[in-house]
Design a protein around this ligand. Structure first.
Ligand code: SF4
Ligand code: SF4
Ligand code: FES
Length: 241
């Protein structure tokens, strides 16, 4: 039987003077294979032309449609309404800069993390454009690839208790990023340099390890494995100095 869905959506536009945060309710008839992203488009077309939310790919690749759906950070384009009750609560991701309604700016944070962690290969080797590509062990290349699959959606930070309290916490996305470069044999940063970067309360020592990030990551990244790798690597540094 066709259901009538109730979308209770957080509304607030920080650019409109005196606008107040509130929840507005919109009703929509459920159609087969309806997902939250398509439902929001229909609401915007038929009922609320000023509703703000983000999307690009509609295929779980760009990470821009992440939001809180019934209290859980996840991707709107990958969430079927048939998996949800009739009452659907939509809120923007916490932690990131609010742009309006369901739209937040994850880009500022991810760019900041890239600069802070210097997310590029650090090497003294001279770049020779005509040289053959360096070989890498297949198993290691696969491990690095697994970390590279992060779509920077921000769900892990929205679901992380530490990130809500400490705004400079690297979170799973930041730790995963640093793990990716630590694993890469082409990056010549020393263990001591990694230690300086990541062994702080804003880094790996601030993580309480309950793995909410792992539960909500829509790409199923092996976050537990990456965190263990970083901890193991960092635990030996003070004794090797
Ligand atoms: S394990 Fe917990 S504290 Fe650590 S990054 Fe994940 S959600 Fe945050
Ligand atoms: S680690 Fe997962 S949840 Fe976090 S930003 Fe990357 S894809 Fe999203
Ligand atoms: S629109 Fe790109 S991940 Fe949902």
């Amino acid at each position: 039987m066709e259901r009538t869905l109730k979308f209770n959506i957080f509304r607030y536009n920080p650019n409109v003077k005196n606008d107040k945060p509130r929840v507005e309710t919109f009703e929509l008839n459920e159609t087969p294979r309806l997902n939250v992203f398509t439902a929001l488009n229909r609401i915007r077309e038929e009922q609320a032309p000023d509703l703000m939310f983000d999307f690009v790919c509609r295929a779980g690749i760009c990470g821009s449609c992440a939001m809180m759906i019934n209290g859980r950070p996840t991707l709107g384009c990958r969430t079927l309404t048939s998996d949800l009750p009739e009452n659907i609560e939509l809120y923007p991701l916490p932690f990131f800069k609010m742009l309006g309604d369901l739209s937040v700016d994850t880009g500022i944070w991810f760019r900041g993390i890239s600069e802070q962690l210097e997310s590029w290969i650090h090497t003294q080797k001279e770049f020779v454009p005509e040289a053959e590509e360096e070989r890498m062990d297949n198993a290691l290349a696969n491990k690095i690839y697994e970390s590279e699959r992060c779509i920077e959606c921000g769900c892990c930070l929205a679901g992380c208790a530490t990130a809500q309290v400490y705004p400079h916490f690297l979170g799973a996305a930041g730790l995963n990023r640093i793990g990716r470069f630590m694993m890469d044999p082409r990056d010549q940063r020393t263990d001591e340099e990694w230690f300086e970067l990541v062994s702080t309360d804003d880094g790996v020592f601030g993580c309480i390890g309950m793995m909410a990030c792992d539960d909500v990551c829509p790409k199923d990244l092996p976050l537990l494995e990456v965190f263990s790798y970083i901890r193991r690597k960092m635990s030996v540094v003070p004794f090797t100095k």
